[in-house]
Design a protein around this ligand. Structure first.
Ligand SMILES: C[S@@+](CC[C@H](N)C(=O)[O-])C[C@H]1O[C@@H](n2cnc3c(N)ncnc32)[C@H](O)[C@@H]1O
Length: 245
């Protein structure tokens, strides 16, 4: 039997209207649609974020939840193994599996690790991805922030890479986007203030969800959740097209 197909489908950061037509068609074409469900949220008992987005487009009988225990980093490997085995059971027999993932499947997505596992379990499986709208794009739109123009550079920094990477990024890139930094927001704010970059920075948490907040980064007084993004826009003179030269 020729192995089947695994599609990593980006479904956007949270707003159900941000799923693309291509993503919907990929989900509809799949024999089984896998959705991650963490044990760290209400998703442990009800549908998780990805499932709430894909739910209206897919026959519930074809949806299968994959539990991702968030307790500690050591649980990660077990999560990927269990998810990979469940997906392998589908694609091994030539069927198509879709894995719905928040944002884009090629940007800090669990899909990357799960696909790695499936490739090991089912040699010859085909793997494709469908791009999704990313959290930084959603925040840029909701806050009216231009991410980059002209020759400006963009650095996407996971704060978990280490605090020292933030001043480095500010020094070397024009626009800096910080992911995975919600719990350290106050330290991020202080660093941006030290570099005179706090005033233009914008902050968004739980984008597209019921508890969404979008603010000037300077206006936030408390730390945020994991699902937080900060955009530090490039310094601009306000001249149209000025960054093209
Ligand atoms: C594991 S990464 C996932 C990134 C995602 N694949 C993407 O393309 O945007 C998780 C980080 O993405 C950002 N993020 C994802 N969804 C978000 C949302 N709804 N609101 C704010 N930030 C979000 C946060 O910085 C969070 O820490």
């Amino acid at each position: 039997m020729t192995p089947g197909l695994l599609i990593g489908v980006g479904v956007g950061p949270g707003d159900p209207e941000h799923i693309t037509l291509k993503a919907i068609n990929a989900l509809k074409s799949a024999d089984r649609v896998f959705v991650p469900q963490t044990d760290a949220s209400r998703a442990a008992t009800g549908p998780g974020r990805a499932e709430r987005i894909v739910g209206p487009h897919v026959d519930p009988a074809r949806i299968e939840r994959l539990l991702f225990a968030m307790a500690d980093e050591q649980a990660r490997g077990g999560n990927w193994d269990r998810a990979g085995e469940a997906i392998a059971a589908i694609v091994r027999d030539g069927a198509t599996a879709a894995f719905a993932t928040i944002g884009d499947p090629n940007v800090y997505s669990t899909f990357t690790y799960v696909a790695h596992t499936v490739r090991e379990l089912v040699p010859g499986v085909r793997v494709q991805t469908v791009p999704g709208i990313m959290a930084m794009q959603d925040l840029a739109a909701r806050s009216g922030t231009v991410l980059v123009e002209g020759n400006e550079t963009l650095t996407l920094l996971p704060y978990t890479a280490g605090h020292e990477k933030l001043p480095e990024a500010i020094a070397h890139a024009d626009t800096v986007v910080v992911y995975k930094g919600g719990r350290h927001l106050q330290r991020i704010q202080a660093t941006l203030a030290d570099h005179d970059r706090l005033d233009d920075a914008v902050y968004g948490e739980q984008l597209g969800l019921d508890h969404q907040e979008v603010d000037a980064a300077s206006a936030r007084e408390t730390r945020g959740p994991y699902m937080s993004t900060v955009i530090v826009p490039a310094r601009r003179e306000g001249v149209r097209g000025g960054k093209l030269t």
